[in-house]
Design a protein around this ligand. Structure first.
Ligand code: GH3
Ligand code: MG
Ligand code: MG
Length: 391
C-alpha cells in the first residue's frame, strides 16, 4: 500500500501543535518584558484562534457548515490579522487595524455567500485565499518596512509570511480562474497539501521567529541600559571610557587636538543634607543639562560617579577647552537652580587637560584632568584649572 496523506489528520496534528504553543505562551507571558506585553498579547491571540479554526475545518461534513466554513475561516483570518497587529506593535509601526478588521469581515461575507447563497466551493476557496494573502502580506510588510533593521532572525518570520502570501495568492489564482476543479476540501492534491501544510506550520515556525525577535530586543535593551547612567541618562563610566578611548585614538591618527574636562559639584554633600537625596538627584539632572548646553553636540559627556562628570572634546585645543569650561562654570555661578521650593546657587570646579604626546591612554588624560580639578578645589572652588597651568 502506498503512502496515504490524510488532510484531516494533518489539520488536527498541526492545530494541536499550535494550540499547545499558544497555551504555553499564555502561561509564561508574565516572564516577558513589560514593553513586549501588548505585542505578545496579540501574538497569543493569534496562536489560540488559528488552531481552533483549523480543527473546525477538519470537522467539515461532521458538523454544520456554519462552524466549519464560516467560523473556521473567520478564526484563521482573525489569527493572521492578530499576527500582523502583533508585529506592527512590536516594531512600533503605524497600525491599520480597521483595514484588517474589514478583511476579516469580508472573509465571513464570502464564506456565507458561497456556502448559503451561491454554493460554489472554488469561488469560496478563491475569494478567501485572496483575503488570506492580503492578511499574511500585512505581516510580511510589518517586517519588511523601510527603516526596520533586518537580520537572519527577522527574515525567518518575514520570509515565512511572504511565502504564505505567495502560496495563498497562487491558490487564489488557481481556483478563481477555474484552473483546477475541486469537489471536496479533503481531496489530496499537491495544491491542497501545500496550502494546508503552509497554513498549519506557519504559526509554529513564525512563533519561533517572533520569540527570537523578542529575545534579541531584550538583549539590546540590556546592553543599552548597561551603558547608560540610570539617573541622568548620559554615558556611564564604562561607556565613556570606551567612547573616549576611540576619540583619543582618532585624534592621534589625524593629528588633531583633543581636550578633556572633569566637572565636580562643590559641596554637594550639603545639598543632599539640606534638600534630601531626591533634591540632590534633581540637582544632578539639572547639572547635566547645563553642562550639555555649554558643549557641542559631538562632545562626549559621561558620569564618572556621584557628582563628578567628564567631557571629552574632540578637535579642541587648550584655549577653546578653557573657554568651554568657563562657560560651564559661569552657567552655574550666574544662575540659581531650583531645588525643591528653593532657588540656590550651586557651583562647580572644573579641571581641564589637553592630549599631549605622553598620554597614551584615556586613563592618563583622566588623571591629569582630575589633578587640575583638585587644584581648582584647593584654590577655593568655583574655579577652572588647566592641568599644570592656571588660566
Ligand atoms: P567637594 O566640594 O569637595 O566636591 O565636596 P562634595 O560634598 O561635593 O564632595 P564629596 O565627593 O565628598 O561628596 C559627594 C557626595 O555626593 C557624597 C554622596 O552622598 C553624594 N552622592 C553621590 N552619588 C549621588 C547620587 O546619585 N545622588 C545623590 N543625591 N547624591 C549622591
Ligand atoms: Mg563634589
Ligand atoms: Mg566628588
Amino acid at each position: 500500500m502506498g503512502w496515504q496523506f490524510d488532510i484531516r489528520t494533518a489539520l488536527f496534528l498541526g492545530a494541536s501543535l499550535t494550540l499547545l504553543i499558544g497555551v504555553v505562551l499564555f502561561v509564561v507571558r508574565k516572564h516577558f518584558a513589560a514593553s513586549q506585553q501588548p505585542s505578545l498579547r496579540w501574538w497569543i491571540a493569534g496562536t489560540l484562534m488559528h488552531p481552533v479554526g483549523f480543527m473546525l475545518i477538519g470537522m467539515r461534513d461532521v458538523i454544520s457548515d456554519w462552524w466549519t466554513a464560516v467560523l473556521a475561516n473567520v478564526l484563521v483570518g482573525g489569527s493572521f490579522a492578530a499576527f500582523a497587529i502583533a508585529l506592527r506593535t512590536f516594531n512600533g509601526s503605524p497600525q491599520r487595524r480597521e483595514r484588517l478588521y474589514v478583511l476579516v469581515a469580508l472573509v465571513a461575507g464570502f464564506a456565507v455567500y458561497y456556502t448559503y447563497v451561491d454554493k460554489n466551493l472554488a469561488m469560496r476557496f478563491g475569494t478567501i485565499s485572496v483575503l488570506f494573502a492580503i492578511l499574511l502580506g500585512s505581516s510580511a510588510r510589518a517586517i519588511y518596512r523601510r527603516g526596520q533593521p533586518l537580520n537572519t532572525i527577522t527574515h525567518i518570520t518575514g520570509g515565512l509570511f511572504a511565502a504564505g502570501t505567495a502560496v495563498m495568492a497562487y491558490r487564489a489564482t488557481i481556483y478563481l480562474f477555474g484552473l483546477q476543479p475541486i469537489s471536496s476540501i479533503f481531496v489530496v492534491s499537491p495544491l491542497q497539501v501545500l496550502a494546508y501544510a503552509m497554513g498549519g506550520l506557519l504559526p509554529v515556525v513564525s512563533t519561533i521567529g517572533f520569540l527570537l525577535m523578542c529575545t534579541e530586543f531584550s538583549q539590546q535593551e540590556l546592553t543599552k541600559a548597561a551603558r547608560l547612567d540610570y539617573l541622568t541618562g548620559i554615558c556611564n563610566r564604562r561607556a565613556i571610557e570606551d567612547l573616549a578611548g576611540r576619540s583619543i585614538a582618532a585624534a592621534r591618527r589625524h593629528g588633531m587636538p583633543l581636550a578633556m574636562m572633569i566637572i565636580d559639584v562643590d559641596h554637594f554633600k550639603r545639598i543632599n543634607d539640606e534638600y534630601g537625596h531626591e533634591g540632590g538627584d534633581n540637582a544632578l539632572i539639572e547639572t547635566v543639562r547645563r553642562i550639555r548646553q555649554s558643549l557641542r553636540t559631538e562632545d562626549l559627556v559621561g558620569r564618572l560617579g556621584g557628582e563628578e562628570f567628564v567631557a571629552v572634546m574632540p578637535s579642541t585645543d587648550g584655549q577653546s577647552a578653557l573657554a568651554a569650561a568657563e562657560r560651564i562654570r559661569s552657567s552655574f555661578s550666574d544662575a540659581t537652580m531650583r531645588i525643591g521650593s528653593s532657588d540656590i546657587i550651586i557651583t562647580v570646579s572644573v579641571g581641564v587637560a589637553v592630549l599631549d604626546a605622553q598620554d597614551q591612554q584615556y586613563s592618563h588624560l583622566l588623571r591629569r584632568a582630575d589633578r587640575a580639578m583638585y587644584a581648582a578645589k584647593t584654590a577655593g572652588r568655583n574655579k577652572v584649572m588647566l592641568d599644570g597651568v592656571s588660566p
